[in-house]
Each structure stands twice: as structure tokens, then as C-alpha cells.
Write a protein of this length. Sequence first.
Length: 306
Amino acid sequence: MIQQTITGTVTDDTGSPLPGANVLVRGTTTGTQTDFDGNYSITANEGDVLLFSYIGFAAQSVTVGSSTTINVSMQEDASQLAEVVVTGYTSQTRGDITGSVASVDISEAVKVPLVNASEALEGRVSGVTVTNAGTPGGSPKIVIRGFGTSNNTNPLYIIDGVQTDNPSILNSINPGDIEQMNVLKDGAAAIYGARASNGVVIITTKRGSYNQAEPTITFNAYTGISRATNLPDLLNVQQHGDMIFQSLANDGASVEHPQYGNGANPVVPGTVQGYTRVVSYDPITRAPRTASVTQPNGTDWFEEIT
């Protein structure tokens, strides 16, 4: 196919030229930018597709025909710039924000099951480290911009205008109720003073709007079963006695033990007598028992609690 030189002008919807707009031939590395007056010149074949893009404007594509002049009028795409972000005691559009403010895309975060609100921050905000507690219901540890002090490193949390530095508050917030979650770093958090020296996490929950014609109810539910793997193989009571007797025999010591006796083999007693810590109570009379029954197989407490 014979290449031809395509020229034209890129303007906005008011007719003003857009300098620095990108013009690219789709599927190739051939591209150029418009000059100060919005003019461009590029070599392309008939049937090629020219891609026009500019920051803040919706991208357009035009197929090259027989004409060598292609003028493009681009339309503003303010979907990102017009997004309202809660920063401090006020709300701003994203295009007006000059501080270091990061927002979490909640619509994407809730597509996976979230145990608490802190999990919505994991891997979604740069400079934020989230460490979940190893105990059920434990408070997560959130650090913004690393450890800046050896003292308290918890950020300040603002939940619908209420301030707290207790990270356990994140366990009581349903991730599905969050409308917006923003993280203020460095100077952007200065409005809250010394309490915000470790950054600020602002959470705005969903609420009804004045122009909402009908109430909306959204229900999400998750269910699942988790089970620990690679569990240790624990000894029962009899095996524990065998191990002790074998250890004593290997050391050349006298084979005897206050619990398993001093015979050729360890004997698990049927009851444990006189040991106040294991004395239980009769469920009917509530009188204390002087002996507690023991089972040779013991109790695998690791299995019971997992």
C-alpha cells in the first residue's frame, strides 16, 4: 500500500488548539504530537487507524480514508478530575488536590471477601503497610510512609468525622458499608495537627441522598471452610510415657517416673489423685472430686482448637 502524509488540527470542543496531543497509528510505533497551534503531520496508509489522546480528554480513533486531512475535535473526560474526595474537614475534586492523597477503589476491593476494612488497603495504596494480627479479632497494624518513630506509629482514623487512633475500630466497620476510603500522607495530613504525624485514614460510609427516589438494599454473603495444613504429629499420653522411659534408659538412669511408675513399661494411671489443679466437680452434687479420670489416648488440644 502507498503511504500518504496525513495532516490536521486537534482542538477541544470550543475550537481551541490542543498542543502536545498524541497521535499514534494503531498497531505500530509510528506517532507524533501536535505543535503549539494543535497541528500535526504523520505518515499512514489508507485503512490505518489514528489514535488521538490528550490528558483530561476522551481518546478518539479515526480511520484513514482517501482524504489527507483529518481534523479532530476532542471532548473533555472529567470523570476522574470531577471525583469528589474527602480531605480533612472538607471535600475537593480530584483535579484540585495538590497534596499527597491516595484513594482506595472500594468497588474493586469488595469484589473479594474482606474480613475488615484494613484489608481494603492491602496492596492498593503505595507507601502503606498493613499487618494483620495473628489472633482472631486482633487489631491490624497500619503504617504509612514507614516507621518514623519508636513510639506509637498508628495513623489517625477519621470515621464519618469522628477521630480515633485505635486500629481496632477497623474490625467494627463492615467493608460493604464504606463509600470512600482515603489516605492522607505527609503535608496533606497537617490539618489534623500532631495527632496526624503518622498519617490519616479517612473513611466515609454510605448514606442516603436527598434525590434518591427509592431505597436501595444490597446484600452480599460469603461462606467457606478453612483448615490448617501440615499440622504437627503430636504424641498421646502412652507415647509420651514410652518416650520418657526410652530417654531414661538411653541415659543409663533409673527408669522411673512419678506419673508412669517404675516398671518395665510406662503405665498410664486411670485417675490423677490429690492434684488440686485437675480436681473437678460432680455435675449433680457439685461436690469436689478427689480424683480425675485420665484417658490413655489423651486430648489433642491442637486438633480441638483448629
